[in-house]
Design a protein around this ligand. Structure first.
Ligand SMILES: Nc1ncnc2c1ncn2[C@@H]1O[C@H](COP(=O)(O)OP(=O)(O)OP(=O)(O)O)[C@@H](O)[C@H]1O
Ligand SMILES: [Mg+2]
Length: 416
């Protein structure tokens, strides 16, 4: 198979003017690197901005132009005080004698510092800045939490440089340039659609474009909606739950359940998890759980004989959830304050573990390669990988290799 490269890398800015929408912060990085001395007012920069706006890219590009070697320290590995004191401080303190290139330390995602085990991590990082004989650049998406206050204090010698969200129109222009280079005839509306759906994240936009357009000569709005539909699948449970639990019209409720694009076993888990969070009287809850267990039995019957008539039993399953489980709850008086569980990850993964431990395997594999949480993997990345594998896109082999997926993983992801 032909080697394919990720477009985010292939079309990453090569010269300063390729970095769009963030002229000022790039100038700041330039000034910082060209004037750096350990006696300066600021010895480190904190690049602050949303995901995919060019913080890491600009750092590498400017370092390259001004002849710095970037030493990237993954903040997630060295977050705690001890490892910062043991590993980072000694290295940034000591100037090596043989140096043909100056060093620049990049410490990505400092906002990942959290919880008790990281206590002291931030102050150790700031100590590293004080002692450093080299420029340091931190990056972060969000430091609004008060624990990061010290990062903003002038005496700590870290200057905050804000990166701005990239506007959708600007993103669409970059996408158009890529299409031109790839000789793809793209409908500007399709590019606009991609750009408007990525939350100002250029990385996501370019990834989406590659997912949809690679191997094509033309790109239409229809192609874009296809990807969007796969993405939306995981959202629909949030739309259907309020209907299941709040709408008293059984017909509408049944309709919503039957249109839900989610595994039925998972729906059972959602409802099961939601039930105890309702202020229902014990006898009402008892009835609800009885119906739920019957729905579960029916689903097992259906699953055990999927080829044959068993799907005709599906209406009973749906009825049991809509009228059997949730109607008694909707009808009781005390339940003014409906409060069902909408927290995705914890429950979702435990239910999936019951349903299939395979998801956890796959999520863990992907998490080894991506800096994001499980929820993001399930809602954003798996649908995309799944679509690519199903479409046998040119990039699918690259994804398989990158995430080290085996045949069983691939079969599982394709069903996702
Ligand atoms: N301002 C930009 N101009 C041109 N391309 C960009 C810009 N920002 C991001 N990109 C594209 O998106 C990719 C990812 O950007 P980058 O890694 O720099 O984002 P980031 O701001 O560091 O995000 P994160 O906070 O997630 O680390 C780049 O490789 C590049 O292709
Ligand atoms: Mg980055």
């Amino acid at each position: 198979m032909e080697e394919k490269e990720l477009w985010t890398l292939k079309y990453a800015p090569k010269i300063e003017s390729d970095i769009v929408g963030n002229y000022k912060p790039v100038e700041e990085i330039k000034k910082f690197l060209t004037n750096w001395s350990s006696k300066n007012e600021y010895k480190a920069l904190l690049l602050l901005g949303p995901p995919g706006c060019g913080k890491t890219t600009s750092t590498y590009l400017m370092a390259n132009i001004y002849n710095y070697e970037v030493i990237e320290i993954n903040a997630s590995n060295v977050r705690n005080k001890k490892s910062i004191e043991q590993f980072i401080i000694p290295t940034v303190k000591t100037r090596t004698i043989k140096m043909n290139k100056r060093k620049l330390y990049l410490i990505d995602e400092v906002d990942g510092l959290s919880g008790n085990q990281d206590r002291g991590g931030l102050s150790a990082m700031l100590k590293a800045v004080k002692l450093s004989e080299f420029p340091i650049i931190f990056t972060a998406n969000d430091i609004s939490n008060s624990k990061f206050k010290s990062l903003k204090s002038k005496k700590n010698k870290v200057k905050t440089v804000k990166f701005r969200k990239i506007r959708a129109t600007t993103i669409a222009k970059v996408l158009a340039k890529i299409c031109k280079a790839e000789k793809i005839q793209a409908d500007p509306k399709a590019l606009k659609e991609i750009a408007e759906n990525v939350n100002n994240d250029m990385r996501s936009a370019i990834n989406d474009l590659q997912a949809i357009a690679e191997g094509k000569k033309k790109l239409s709005v229809n192609d874009v909606t296809q990807l969007q539909q796969v993405r939306d699948m995981s959202k629909t449970i949030y739309q259907v739950l309020p209907i299941i639990f709040e709408n008293k019209d059984i017909k509408e409720c049944n309709q919503a359940i039957s249109e839900l694009d989610l595994d039925w076993g998972l729906l059972l888990q959602w409802v099961n998890e939601s039930l105890p969070h309702h202020r229902a009287a014990p006898d009402v809850l008892y009835d609800a759980y009885s119906s739920l267990s019957k729905a579960d039995i029916i689903m097992n019957r259906i699953r055990s004989n999927p080829q044959k008539i068993s799907w005709t039993m599906l209406p009973y399953f749906i009825d049991l959830i809509s009228s059997g489980v949730t109607l008694p709850i909707k009808n009781q008086d005390i339940n003014q304050n409906v409060h069902y569980y909408r927290n995705f990850p914890g429950f979702f993964f435990s239910s999936f573990r019951i349903f299939s431990g395979k998801l956890m395997d796959v999520v863990n594999k992907i998490r080894k390669k991506l800096k994001c949480d499980s929820r993001e993997i399930v809602t954003k990345h798996l649908p995309y990988i799944s679509l690519m594998l199903k479409k046998k896109s040119a990039i699918s082999q690259e994804l398989i290799d990158f995430y080290e997926l085996d045949r069983r993983d691939i079969t599982f992801i394709k069903q996702f």
